[in-house]
Structure formats: C-alpha cells, structure tokens
Design a protein around this ligand. Structure first.
Ligand code: NAD
Length: 317
C-alpha cells in the first residue's frame, strides 16, 4: 500500500489534458483530493465545479480549484500539464520550448519551496526535455521528477498490435522507447504476446508476414498525435488514462514497469539525457531504471533518440 499520508493530487494546467486527467482520476477512486491550478483561474474554477457536480456518481473525492504555491503544500503528486500548446505567428518550436521550460521551471521551484517530498509528474511537451530541465533546476533525487515519457505511445503500440493480431491488449507486452516524439522507436525484441516472444507467436499464428507490417505500425504510433490533433485539435483521453495509470502506480506503490521519462545515469551507455525507458514505478516515483537487453539496431535507435534530445537541450538558454 501507499506510503503517503495524503492522497492529494494537484493538476497544474486545467486545459484539455488537465481536465481529462482530473475526470479519469475522479472515476478511478484513487485520490481523496484533486486540486486544479491554472493561470486562467476562471477555467480552473469552471472545470472543478463541472467535475464536482458528478460527486454522487463516483467515490468520494474533494475536487476544487486552487492557487499556487499553497495548493502544493500537502500534495502527494503534482501533475504538470501547464504550458503553451500552440505557436503563434512567427513563433518557432524553439521559442515554444523556451517558454514552456520557463513555465515548468517556475512551477517545480515553487513545489520544491513548499513541499520537497512531493512527486512531480511532467506531461507538458516536449516532455523529455522539460523533465530534464526541471530536475536540473531542483536537484531532486532521480525519480522524484518524472515525465509521462512513452507510456501513451506504448499503449498506442499495444492497441495497434492487439487490433492486428486479434488479441486483447492486456495480453500484449511491448514498449515504445526514447523520445516522446519523432525519434521514438519500437523495441521489437521485447514484444511478447500471451507470454510468447513475438517471433515465436508469429511462427505459430502464421496468418501474415509480420516483418512487412512492423514499419507501418511504428509509423502509425509516431503519427497518432498528429492524426488526433488534425481531427479534434488536441489529444487528451488517452493521455489522461495513461497518467491515471502512473498516478495509481505511485499512490498504491504498485512497482509497475512502465516507460516513463527517466534521467539516465550510465544505463544503456547514456548520460545527461532524460527519455522514455522501462522503469519500475512505485511510491518513490522511479524506483529503478531497467536496463533491458536491446537488439543492436534498437541500441542505435536509442542513441539516436538521445542525441536528438541532447541537441534540443543544447539550444535552450
Ligand atoms: P491547453 O492549452 O488546453 O492547456 C494548457 C493550460 O495550461 C491552459 O489552460 C493554460 O492557461 C495553462 N497554463 C499556462 N501557463 C501556466 C502556468 N504558468 N501555470 C498554470 N497554468 C498554466 O493544452 P493541452 O491540450 O491541455 O496540453 C497541455 C500540454 O500537454 C501540452 O504541452 C501538450 O503538448 C501536452 N501533452 C502531452 C502528452 C504526453 O503524452 N506527454 C499528450 C498530450 C498532450
């Protein structure tokens, strides 16, 4: 069970992602208190009221809007979805990165000032770079500031494999690793279906030449967010469920393996970079980074993804 005295979760950023996380978390019955914080205080108030009106239909949870930094004081977990989502005219991706880095840094410094025991879960994009920057500014122990990493991408991957194979995603284990973004890759050597290594499963199944399908499935994972944003403007339900899964692992000390964004300290031969990698997640956030034995081409893809992230970091002020 949990080590926490409090099961309060603060969600910073009450936009599309923040409000859907609050909704999914309320349904889960995991939290005793959910506080929404946003610079747009009316938005936070409106979302909190709307959610609170569902109180008779889910397990007791106190949902309310609050302000920083007081809201952080007694929080077990602070989930950060705050940031600028879109680039205005003439604004580059780098400008956006600089702006979001400043926003995230000021939030984590505030959290640290009033509650150095909290666990911070960063969602705002680019999530890997921002998680790295947040830790550099706070020097908190590894694992206490983690990013949502490729947990959502891995869920999309499992769903696509499930659809292709006609097997429940619950029986499919597989991970997308590296950057939550274009340089992410599928760790095919780690995929298992119903306990069988994927190549063995395919030999028994024999319905398709799966080697041909692999690049398409990876591309579908990589393009998922672009497709959804094209259709509806933002992605929020999938990530909300992924975040609830991470919050559950922390609050209930589940020690689940998931591909959160973790700072590497020599694992996989990499230093000074934070990216999506299999980790044991429990009451202390990242409890362990798992150094899986990847195939040589996967090690190369990981090194490439790490370099991509280091290049982004190097551009920051
Ligand atoms: P949104 O624009 O709907 O919401 C962002 C909210 O942050 C806004 O309400 C804004 O007022 C608030 N905000 C801005 N600065 C703030 C500050 N300093 N303090 C408090 N609140 C502040 O955006 P969204 O669609 O909810 O997306 C939020 C972030 O989540 C984006 O960066 C998006 O790219 C990211 N995202 C990440 C994943 C993932 O898997 N990591 C998935 C989906 C979206």
């Amino acid at each position: 069970m949990s080590n926490f005295k409090s099961r309060k979760v603060v969600i910073v950023g009450a936009g599309a992602v923040g409000s859907d996380v609050a909704f999914a978390l309320a349904q889960s019955g995991l939290a005793e208190e959910i506080a929404l914080v946003d610079v747009n205080t009316d938005l936070a108030k409106g979302q909190a009221l709307d959610l609170a009106h569902g109180a008779p239909f889910y397990r007791t949870v106190n949902i309310h809007a609050d302000t920083a930094p007081t809201a952080y004081r007694d929080a077990a977990i602070v989930v950060i979805t705050a940031g600028k989502a879109q680039a205005g005219p003439g604004q580059t991706r780098l400008d956006l990165l600089q702006i979001n880095a400043r926003i995230i840094t000021s939030i984590v410094v505030d959290v640290q000032g009033v509650n150095p025991d909290a666990i911070v879960l960063i969602v705002t994009n680019p999530v890997d770079v921002l998680t790295h920057v947040a830790r550099l500014h706070t020097h908190w122990p590894r694992g206490r500031i983690l990013g949502s990493g490729t947990v959502l991408d891995s869920a999309r991957f499992r769903w696509l494999l499930a659809e292709h194979c006609g097997i429940s995603p619950l029986n499919i284990h597989g991970s997308i690793l590296g950057e939550h973004g274009d340089s992410e890759f599928a760790a095919w050597s780690l995929v298992h279906i119903g306990g069988l290594q994927m190549d063995d499963y395919c030999r028994i199944c024999g319905k398709c030449d799966f080697a041909q399908r692999r690049p398409q499935i990876l591309e579908q994972v990589r393009r998922s967010a672009y497709h959804i944003i094209g259709y509806k403007g933002s992605t929020s339900y999938g990530v909300a469920m992924a975040l609830t899964h991470i919050v559950r692992a922390i609050l209930r000390n589940e020690r689940r393996v998931m591909t959160v964004s973790a700072p590497l300290e020599g694992e996989y031969g990499l230093h000074d970079v934070t990216l999506g990698i299999p980790c044991v997640v429990g009451a202390n956030g990242i409890e362990e980074v798992i150094e899986a034995r990847l195939a040589p081409d996967e090690m190369q893809a990981l090194a490439h993804s790490a370099q991509t992230l280091k290049d982004s970091l190097a551009q920051l002020d």
